[in-house]
Design a protein around this ligand. Structure first.
Ligand code: FAD
Length: 259
């Protein structure tokens, strides 16, 4: 059933499909670096409100992408929301290209002004701000999307607890949100971050290699009071979780999303 801005009830739960328009696109990465595009979309329907919490994802669809097995149905794909609920008027997504017939590729080729469908919010990878005294946010690649949502939310909410972001990416031109992260560390005493590049240029002055190795070389305080949130590709997230457990972070304080 497709009914934009209208609550669709099926099998006992209700879900809203929102029509939206792309209002801004930012490009990262060269053609041979698996580029990423960051999209801001404005919902064209505001009732009911799209109430989400940091870490959740939405499903995106397009008029142009139908299920191959049934062209009456849109194909939907999941994308973490990188904006924070404190940023009103838009949702933001960081998207990798995909197969030619999929949603990612269609969105990837879209321009400002084009329409997308948004469904959600979904997901249980959500920030529990009150449960911890400090936060360790860890991302690789476009896994930075829900991590940005969490960081933006904590800082916008004037949360004074220490927040550290570890962010791994392959090439310097895939350093998503570089200016914003640098701005956060200048503006907020409780915020710091470590970017790590796995295939650095000779000019790169920061850490090189993988997030897992950087974690092992870092001294962490108050591990039992730290909430750890991780997002990235499955094998990398698994290695990061294993490294954190070895370092003494309690398993029950570690939360992750992997895709
Ligand atoms: C919770 C969550 C959050 C995510 N967040 C992000 C994010 O922030 N950024 C990001 O880039 N990715 C994210 N992903 C990954 C993204 O959802 C997947 O890459 C997804 O496959 C993209 O959908 P797509 O339609 O582009 O599929 P494709 O990557 O194109 O293909 C995936 C599979 O679907 C099949 N397929 C493709 N088109 C069709 C069709 N029309 N009909 C039938 N089958 C088809 C393909 O053959 C393939 O097997 C997230 C995933 C999850 C689960």
């Amino acid at each position: 059933m497709v009914s934009h801005g209208i609550v669709c009830v099926s099998k006992g739960f209700s879900m809203v499909e929102f029509k939206s328009k792309i209002i801004e696109i930012k490009d990262y990465g060269a053609a041979d670096h698996n580029p990423v595009r960051v999209f801001k979309v404005k919902l064209l329907v505001t009732v009911p409100p799209f109430n989400y919490v940091p870490g959740q994802f939405a499903m995106l669809g397009s008029e142009k992408v139908r299920m191959t097995a049934n062209s009456a149905l849109y194909k939907w794909a999941s994308f973490s929301i990188s904006s924070s609920p404190t940023q009103e008027g838009f949702l933001e997504f960081a998207i990798n290209d995909g197969t030619p017939e999929g949603v990612s590729h269609c969105v990837f080729l879209s321009n400002v002004g084009e329409e997308l469908f948004v469904k959600g919010p979904f997901g249980k990878f959500t920030l529990n701000e009150s449960a911890f005294d400090r936060f360790l946010l860890i991302a690789t690649g476009t896994g930075v999307a829900p991590i940005m949502s969490m960081a933006r939310f904590l800082l916008d909410s004037k949360n004074a607890k220490p927040i550290h972001v570890f962010y791994g990416f392959r090439f310097e031109d895939l350093f998503l949100y570089k200016e914003e992260l640098e701005g956060f560390s200048r503006a907020h005493e409780n915020f710091s971050f470590t970017p790590i590049v796995s295939r650095p240029s000779p000019q790169w002055k920061g850490l090189k290699g993988h997030v897992q190795s950087a974690l092992k070389e870092t001294h962490f305080e108050a591990k039992e009071k730290t909430g750890v949130y991780i997002c990235g590709r499955p094998p990398i997230v698994e290695e990061i979780v294993a490294a954190l457990k070895t370092l003494g972070f309690p398993e029950q304080n570690i939360f992750f999303e992997k895709w």
